[in-house]
Design a protein around this ligand. Structure first.
Ligand SMILES: [Zn+2]
Length: 269
């Protein structure tokens, strides 16, 4: 119980930090100094910086200028809180837990950034791939060694091909780098399962967005680019779908749930 509260609290705080990281990375600002409202520049006081709670109490609006605060802020905090809680409560060796926490944080900040800017920053995705490779090499059992190391490149190759063939129109190079890390994190079968699920999820959500695009709710609250209608030609970032699927398969592995993977696997073949 106490352990759960600790991991949830840590995740909410880290999630709050990820919001700051994403906004300041985009603006090219340093991480030092107080947070300000992105609309009016007013310094935000500590009592308006409590994860999730502040956003709810402020009804999603800036205290000083009344501008909407993106739903991405509380979503990032909730996602990080939930991820840390699930990692903390999974029965894993201490080293695996310590490695899993920053991996989860990186995945969440990458998804958040890709949603608002259609871009996956190199520094985060390389760090994710490096940590995932460390996870793939631990514990080092010689029999799985080559297989684990190959899982990353094998998962990335289809994305590289799509990127190359479409000259970056269908798939960004960032997605290929993300798939590389996913292969290392989830292993070959898990990685392929997650990638296939991401395509299905992307198609379902893409169709849904086209269907409901007359409502501007999504655009306003999530800050999805521009106020144009979503059509077949709209660019929807693929990173968040890869990351959601990655989390599902990763947590299934962590909790020894085979059924999900089998279910996904068989429903595609
Ligand atoms: Zn403001």
């Amino acid at each position: 119980m106490l352990e759960g509260v600790f991991y949830l609290g840590l995740g909410l705080i880290v999630g709050s930090f990820l919001n700051v990281l994403a906004v300041r990375f985009h603006d090219g600002r340093s991480l030092g100094g107080r947070s300000v409202c992105v609309s009016c520049g007013q310094t935000i006081y500590w009592y308006d910086l409590i994860p999730v709670l502040s956003w709810i109490l402020l009804l999603g609006k800036c205290r000083s200028c009344g501008q909407d605060i993106s739903l991405l802020y509380p979503l990032t905090e909730v996602a990080c809180g939930a991820a840390f809680l699930l990692i903390g409560l999974a029965h894993m060796p201490f080293f695996s837990t310590v490695l899993a926490l920053p991996i989860a944080a990186l995945l969440i900040v990458i998804a958040r950034y890709d949603l608002s800017h259609m871009l996956i920053p190199n520094v985060w995705v390389y760090l994710f791939a490096a940590l995932s490779l460390s996870a793939a090499l631990y514990p080092m059992e010689s029999r799985d060694f080559v297989f684990n190391v190959l899982a990353g490149p094998v998962a990335a190759v289809p994305f590289l091909a799509l990127w190359f063939v479409s000259r970056g129109a269908w798939m960004g190079l960032g997605d290929a780098k993300l798939a590389l890390g996913m292969g290392w994190l989830l292993g070959l079968e898990g990685g392929v399962t997650a990638i296939l699920s991401a395509f299905v999820l992307g198609a379902v959500v893409g169709l849904g967005l086209m269907f409901f695009s007359s409502s501007h709710l999504l655009h306003r609250t999530l800050g999805v680019h521009g106020d144009k209608k979503v059509t077949m030609k709209s660019e929807i970032p693929f990173g968040p779908f890869l990351i959601i699927s990655c989390f599902i398969v990763w947590f299934a592995h962590m909790y020894g749930i085979q059924t999900l993977e089998l279910f996904l696997w068989w429903s595609f073949w």
